[in-house]
Design a protein around this ligand. Structure first.
Ligand code: HEM
Length: 505
């Protein structure tokens, strides 16, 4: 018989502590797991959707061509359905009718941005593009719209400045003497200079490596922002402390871009208060006007966030549109030939195009519209959220729910487009060759958060495209036809390709 308190049977104190800690860890894991599973449950009245995997939900399904996957799901679950992004219940809107109902008819209800850890980390959910629907957003949007009108697209002189940039652009292309080159950097530099003129009042030369590097990092972040790692970070922010993962690259890029943008001070040198020359001056005026008002959202930090957002929103989108346009012109020589014919007939003897010529060029307009429809530059828009409880098609969506607007599904909506998978500028022309607007065309989205750079982007696309095609014939190097499969990210861009721009006679 063993004594009641035999030392050989009772665990030593150190083992007891370990056992206790292990039990605590298991209990904590169980609590976290239950909490996660509860978060993944759809509330009553919420739109249905595909079954989620425990913990990570439907994140893995978005790894390849999420816009295509989500459109396919809408064929099963209906135009409005929901997915689970690791405990973040998200409503997905598909098709023109549904997106119009939410973004236009219920504009204010769908005007918010989600409270995602990534937006908080990048811009503290302030600035302009990622900003919550709030007084801060209204103040920043108003200032940006006024600045774009005052220093940019609303000014006759500005058209001349874009034309000047077009000349720098075609001269730089000419240096390749018809030999193959990747147009990405030139297009990016030329396009970003238009936004730079409004924001800083100056352009950067095409060999300004610091600026180029900043744009490259920013552009990489547009890609990384919807990567699996970014979605995981939103669901499980503690992965910030893992030493690996693409989200780390996203953070380090953002820190470097922020450092570059701190040089903004240089652009306000020589500023005369209340006589703004560009967005930065106008912002500093607002900042000073609101000194002492604790409710004002204008701050030096928000100036940097909003400048960064305007630069990247203006550059990445318009650049990708023009890169797709160049690729498709080389891919469809018959379409390119018709563009050449129209340009030559409206602009005799090589006269520079002006915006007034736009009305006389329905085919060029049709081509640019078809590029925007077919190539879906921002396929899922920018994530939205409900600013209050919403009712759509009999479903109940609580306030603060994340919303994805599948703009791709609008442009491939069979109810509005015949053969949407065929590239055909003709669909934007009537029987007499006049340009016709189409309803289910939303590359700039809709409603309160609709793109504020639309007018500027349209000016840029027309002037850059016609100036380029007026001078050059675009063709691929012998024996190489690039893929049209897009590189995925928040925007869809062509994979790097080489093209020859051969001077026209
Ligand atoms: C072809 C070119 C462009 C396309 C396809 C495009 C598309 C879009 C889309 C789809 C959105 C999301 C709207 C939403 O939340 O539903 C957006 C927002 C925005 N865009 Fe554009 N965009 C283009 C050019 C520009 C330009 C040139 C600028 C300015 C320099 C700009 C500035 C912005 C800003 C600031 C927002 C956020 C608006 C807000 O949250 O209030 N975009 N754009």
């Amino acid at each position: 018989m063993l004594p009641a308190h035999s030392p050989s049977l009772a665990p030593p104190p150190r083992d007891q502590t370990l056992l206790g800690l292990a039990c605590l860890a298991v209990a904590l894991l169980v609590v976290l797991l239950v909490r996660q599973l509860v978060k993944q449950r759809r509330p009553p009245g919420f739109p249905p959707g595909p079954s989620p995997i425990p913990i990570i939900g439907n994140i893995m399904s978005l790894a390849t061509e999420p816009h295509v996957f989500l459109k396919k799901q809408s064929e099963v679950h209906g135009q409005i359905f929901s997915i689970d992004l690791g405990g973040i219940l998200t409503v997905v809107l598909n098709g023109y009718d549904c997106i119009r109902e939410c973004l236009y008819n219920q504009s204010e209800v769908f005007a918010d941005r989600p409270s995602l850890p990534l937006f908080k980390k990048m811009t503290k959910s302030q600035g302009l593009l990622n900003c919550k629907y709030s007084k801060g957003w209204i103040e920043h949007r108003k200032l940006a719209c006024n600045s774009f009108r005052y220093f940019g697209s609303g000014q006759r002189l500005f058209e001349r400045k874009i034309s000047e940039e077009c000349m720098f652009f075609v001269d730089a292309i000419d240096k390749h003497k018809g030999k193959a080159f990747n147009p990405k950097h030139l297009v990016t530099n030329a396009v970003s200079n238009i936004t730079n003129l409004i924001i800083f009042g100056q352009r950067f030369t095409y060999d300004d490596h610091n600026f180029q590097h900043m744009i490259e990092l920013f552009s990489e972040n547009v890609e990384l922002a919807v990567s699996g790692w970014a979605l995981l970070y939103n669901a499980f922010p503690w992965i910030e402390y893992l030493p690996f993962g693409k989200h780390q690259k996203l953070f380090s890029n953002a820190a470097e871009v922020y450092k570059f943008l701190l040089q903004i001070n240089n652009f306000s040198q020589g500023r005369v208060p209340h006589m703004p020359r560009h967005y930065v001056d106008a912002y500093l005026d607002e900042l000073e006007r609101n000194v002492g008002d604790p409710s004002s959202s204008f701050s030096y930090e928000n100036l940097i966030y909003s400048v960064g957002e305007l630069i990247i929103a203006g550059t990445e989108t318009t650049t990708n549109t023009l890169r797709w346009a160049m690729l498709y012109m080389a891919l469809y020589p018959n379409i390119q030939e018709r563009v050449h014919r129209e340009i030559d007939s409206v602009l005799p003897n090589g006269r520079m195009p002006t915006l007034e010529d736009k009305q006389k060029m329905p085919y060029v307009e049709a081509v640019l519209h078809e590029i925007l429809r077919f190539c879906n530059i921002v396929p899922l828009g920018i994530f939205r959220a409900t600013s209050q409880d919403a009712n759509v098609n009999g479903y109940t969506i609580p306030k603060g729910t994340m919303v994805i607007t599948n703009l791709y599904s609008v442009h491939f909506d069979e109810k509005y487009w015949s053969d949407p998978g065929v590239f055909s500028p003709q669909r934007f022309l009537d029987a007499n060759g006049n340009f016709v607007r189409r309803e289910a065309f939303l590359p700039f989205s809709l409603g309160r958060r609709q793109c504020l750079g639309e007018q500027l982007a349209r000016m840029e696309m027309f002037l850059f495209f016609t100036t380029l095609l007026q001078r050059f014939h675009l063709q691929f190097p012998q024996g190489s036809i690039p893929t049209v499969a897009p590189k995925l990210g928040m925007t869809l861009q062509p994979k790097p390709y080489s093209i020859c721009a051969v001077r026209r006679q």
